[in-house]
Design a protein around this ligand. Structure first.
Ligand SMILES: [Zn+2]
Length: 263
């Protein structure tokens, strides 16, 4: 009984840790495109500029208590902020389950690598959707995780990683040279640095998942006449989803698919 309670508290702590870090992802998503520093200045209401109090900064909970409105001006707080915080909590726990809780009992170094990558992907997806840009600092962050993963994920050899860097990014680059605007430069760079981090099989899986989900989205939007034939849309969110999924199960999905093909 006591261990069950202790266990529950530990999981709650992990959820809160993840939600708090993704609360910072919300800050990054709001401030980066506006050129505001992410480290200086307290959080404020974008509508009235009022500095937020401590009770308004509790991840997930504050949104529910405030019923999605600023207590000063009544301005709407985006539901997306709430969702992002909850996602962070869930993902932190998921990283612990998949990659181990480590000697600290909170999260292993492998799990932390995965979680930080998911935080980057979440910011990339949202900023790309908002602005159609993927900032180079996210590529740099992913590259640093790639370097760390050489030690933490020795199951991927250096050759596997170098092939992974090129196997998706190079065809994307070639296609973009042939068909102007096929992919954005930010998308291509994201797949290159992620290829080093994930390895060959997982990066290919990520691309397939991205194209599949992005394709379904495009078809639905075309049918609903929300998108014209010549319109383009942000591909980053779909790539980010594919990459996140592949960090967890990319190798397994690839092996399963190859086994179906009898390879
Ligand atoms: Zn306000």
């Amino acid at each position: 009984m006591e261990t069950a309670v202790a266990d529950g508290i530990l999981w709650l702590f992990r959820f809160v840790a993840g939600a708090s870090i993704f609360s910072f992802v919300n800050v990054v998503v709001y401030r980066f495109p506006r050129g505001i520093s992410v480290v200086s200045g307290r959080s404020h209401c974008p509508a009235c500029g009022r500095t937020l109090g401590a009770a308004e900064l509790i991840p997930c909970v504050s949104y529910l208590l405030l019923r999605g409105k600023c207590s000063g001006c009544g301005g709407k707080i985006l539901f997306r902020y709430f969702l992002t915080e909850c996602l962070g909590g869930v993902l932190f726990c998921a990283c612990c389950v998949r990659f181990g809780c480590g000697q600290t009992g909170i999260l292993s170094a492998r799990g932390l690598t995965a979680f930080l990558y998911l935080a980057i992907l979440t910011a990339v997806a949202q900023i790309d959707r908002d602005t159609r840009l993927i900032y180079d600092r996210f590529h740099v962050g992913t590259a640093l995780l790639g370097v760390a993963s050489q030690v933490l994920f020795p199951e991927h050899s250096l050759t596997d990683r170098l092939v992974g860097t090129l196997v998706v990014a190079l065809p994307m680059l070639a296609l973009t040279v042939l068909v102007k605007g096929a992919f954005g430069g930010g998308d291509i760079k994201l797949m290159a640095v992620s290829g080093f981090l994930l390895g060959t099989r997982a990066i290919i899986t990520a691309m397939f998942v991205g194209i599949l989900t992005g394709g379904v989205y495009a078809i639905v939007m075309l049918l609903r006449k929300r998108l014209g034939r010549r319109d383009s849309f942000a591909f980053g969110p779909f790539l980010a989803f594919g990459l996140g999924l592949s960090f967890f199960y990319g190798d397994e999905i690839a092996n399963w698919y190859l086994s179906i093909l009898g390879i």
